[in-house]
Design a protein around this ligand. Structure first.
Ligand code: AMP
Ligand code: MG
Length: 330
């Protein structure tokens, strides 16, 4: 019998609803992204966007999937990590739907979902994962029942670092593609703080210095140098993780996975190690409901559900805290 799972995503700027089946078909994946008129994402304003858009996004997801709400067998909710007000809005909606249709609520970790949708789409069983977005920078591989962290940012995320710099140059959101266009015209490399500590990276000092140099150096040179430095740091720790874990493939995901420059660099790292290189397609690489639904299905199969009364959000829910019983056979 086919099982239908609905997934709700609302950890940051995106409100998404996706519907998948137990066969791994993505029946729909609808989202609405909050775009701040200026500056960064204000959690309360993003959460207001989510509550305003939720109904239309969910309706459209059901229409596209050509099923009724009552065909759904479980409601998966991304309980964290993320911004408190945004998480609360999504969780409230998911709880209400689960209660209405009297079906289980399934807790999903947002970072696990980025990995699972990549595994589904690329058919790679056991890749090393590089997850880079506005809020996360994580290198992870499966080992001993969990997705272990083999490198992460010690402060701000890669996407956030680049977006803040882009804003200081007066470029609108999303900043990374605009910076990349400037970087393509850069000629002179400017030395910027390259901070790698063990397997971790630190982007905040790099950002502060790059901002300080605005006006002193050419914007194209500065953009090129910032991207090369930031991506180079990531490539260094990725390469060590690949060598250490001996994984034979690499999966690049998250919003910044769309960067062609980053793809080029990581592809060359893979070639050095004879590893296969994959990038998750953009609509599934950025935050979305389908990845929550699919991970929800994997959890549902293992009877992982959560009572409404204890379905608290977890703003700082780490990837490596989550047990992954559906992969225990490794
Ligand atoms: P996410 O948090 O997963 O939605 O990712 C958002 C990040 O992706 C932001 O830092 C954006 O600047 C970045 N981004 C958006 N479009 C692109 C693109 N075409 N190439 C590279 N990065 C992008
Ligand atoms: Mg994300």
């Amino acid at each position: 019998m086919k099982i239908y799972i609905m997934g709700i995503e609302s950890t940051a700027h995106t409100f998404g609803c996706g519907i998948v089946t137990s066969n791994g078909e993505i029946l729909s994946n609808v989202k609405s992204e909050y775009m701040p008129p200026s500056g960064g994402i204000h959690p309360r304003e993003a959460s207001q966007h989510h509550s305003q858009k939720a109904l239309s996004v969910i309706k459209k997801a059901l229409e596209e999937a050509k099923i009724s709400l009552y065909d759904i067998d479980g409601v998966a909710i991304s309980l964290g990590p993320g911004l408190g007000p945004c998480l609360r809005t999504g969780a409230t909606i998911a709880r209400a739907i689960a209660l209405l249709i009297n079906k289980p609520l399934i807790p999903v970790n947002h970072c696990v979902a980025h990995i699972e949708i990549g595994r589904l789409i690329t058919k790679e069983e056991d890749p090393l994962v590089v997850y880079v977005s506005g809020g996360n920078t994580i290198i992870s591989a499966f080992s001993d029942g969990r997705y272990r962290v083999f490198g992460e940012t010690l402060d701000i995320a890669l996407g956030n670092c680049l977006d803040v710099f882009a804003r200081h140059l007066g470029l609108p959101h999303p900043g990374v593609p605009k910076l990349e266009a400037l970087a393509d015209k850069g000629k002179n490399f400017i030395f910027l703080p390259y901070i790698v500590k063990g397997q971790d990276v630190s982007y905040s000092g790099l950002l502060t210095t790059a901002i300080k140099y605005i006006g002193k150096y050419d914007s194209c040179d500065l953009s090129m140098s910032l991207l090369e430095t930031a991506y180079g740091m990531l490539a260094e720790v990725t390469e060590r993780a690949l060598a250490h874990t001996e994984k034979t493939s690499l999966l690049l995901t998250g919003g910044v996975a769309r960067s062609l420059r980053l793809q080029r660099i990581l592809k060359s790292v893979c070639e050095e190690h004879s590893a296969r290189f994959h990038v998750v397609p953009p609509e599934l690489a950025g935050d979305n409901g389908a990845m929550i639904a699919w991970t929800g299905y994997l959890a549902y199969k293992e009877n992982i559900t959560i009572p409404i009364e204890s379905s608290f959000i977890k703003q700082r829910w780490r990837l490596d805290e989550v047990e992954i019983p559906w992969r225990m056979r490794y």
